[in-house]
Design a protein around this ligand. Structure first.
Ligand code: A3P
Length: 289
């Protein structure tokens, strides 16, 4: 009889990422959110870890040492997470005030809507997400082989990647914000003026922190600081799950890196497809800053 930790490295290469997720789905679906729960929602690779670290710093009044108590994926657990050998998201949720998810709106457990929980949605431009996701597929071993960049980009545009269509995800949450307490944020705005964005989060959470504490949060959650912080950079994940030598989790942390990957032809096709997909939506996002 093998322990989950022994089984995991063996099965992780053989089963698709979402089989364990599906097996635990009933627990996610029936999850009972509390009215004071905060949910962080993102499409993958949009800055989930960054906003999670900011929120944890806010909840801990800018105390860096408290925020180093554990890895970010345990401090702000990932709701639908299920992977043999690691704690599932729903097993961790009861003890923490904030959670994160990559679920599209239609799959969010209904209790979050019923309880009118506050939610922070963070969006990032589709081109940088595609590039970041391509690298993540290679280093996070639960994903299938992404193929070439061109093949992966095609899959991304078709929504045939983990968590489906980026277009539907950002539009779905964009619509929901009209009726629910959702702070809709953009990665590009955070890059441009992180202090202003941190202040928006503070206001949304009804927290008032001294300027020096806000500056501490700003410093602690910069890309350079998070990249070298083992409790934020995912290096505490076992290497069978994430191999940072293939591509570090904290890769570049910039806006507009897509220009180093998209060919002129890919960009033209992408732009035309984007226009079609986003037709009729008021969602607007900067492709660079
Ligand atoms: P890149 O691969 O483009 O570098 P997520 O946490 O949703 O998986 O997103 C990961 C992306 O956010 C990565 O993008 C990562 O480098 C970037 N990121 C993480 N922390 C950041 C920070 N403090 N500032 C800017 N970007 C950050």
């Amino acid at each position: 009889h093998l322990s989950p930790c022994e089984v995991a490295p063996k099965v992780i290469h053989e089963i698709p990422l979402y089989r364990p997720f599906v097996e635990k789905w009933a627990q996610v679906e029936s999850f009972q959110a509390r009215p004071d729960d905060l949910l962080i929602s993102t499409y993958p690779k949009s800055g989930t870890t960054w906003i999670s670290e900011i929120v944890d710093m806010i909840y801990n009044n800018g105390d860096e040492e408290k925020c180093k108590r554990d890895a970010i994926f345990n401090r702000v657990p990932f709701m639908e997470m299920s992977c043999p050998g690691l704690l599932s998201g729903t097993e961790q949720l009861d003890t923490v005030p904030s959670h994160r998810t990559h679920l599209p709106v239609q799959l969010l457990p209904v209790s979050f809507w019923e309880q009118d929980c506050k939610m922070i949605y963070l969006a990032r431009n589709a081109k940088d997400v595609a590039v970041s996701y391509y690298h993540f597929y290679q280093m996070a071993k639960m994903h299938p082989d992404p193929g070439t960049w061109d093949e992966f980009l095609g899959k991304f545009m078709a929504g045939k990647v983990a968590y489906g269509s980026w277009y539907d995800h950002v539009k779905g949450w964009w619509e929901k914000k009209k009726a629910y307490r959702i702070l809709y944020m953009f990665y590009e705005d955070m890059k441009k003026d992180p202090k202003r964005e941190i202040e928006k989060v503070l206001q949304f959470l009804g927290k008032d922190l001294k300027e020096e504490v806000v500056n501490k949060i700003l410093h602690h959650t910069s890309f350079q600081e998070m990249k070298k912080n083992p409790t934020a950079n995912y290096e505490m994940m076992p290497t069978w799950a994430m191999d940072h030598s293939v591509s570090p989790f904290m890769r570049k942390g910039m806006s507009g890196d897509w220009k180093n990957y998209f060919t002129v032809a890919q960009n033209e096709i992408f732009d035309a497809h984007y226009k079609e997909q986003m037709k009729g939506s008021t969602f607007k996002c900067q492709m660079e800053i």
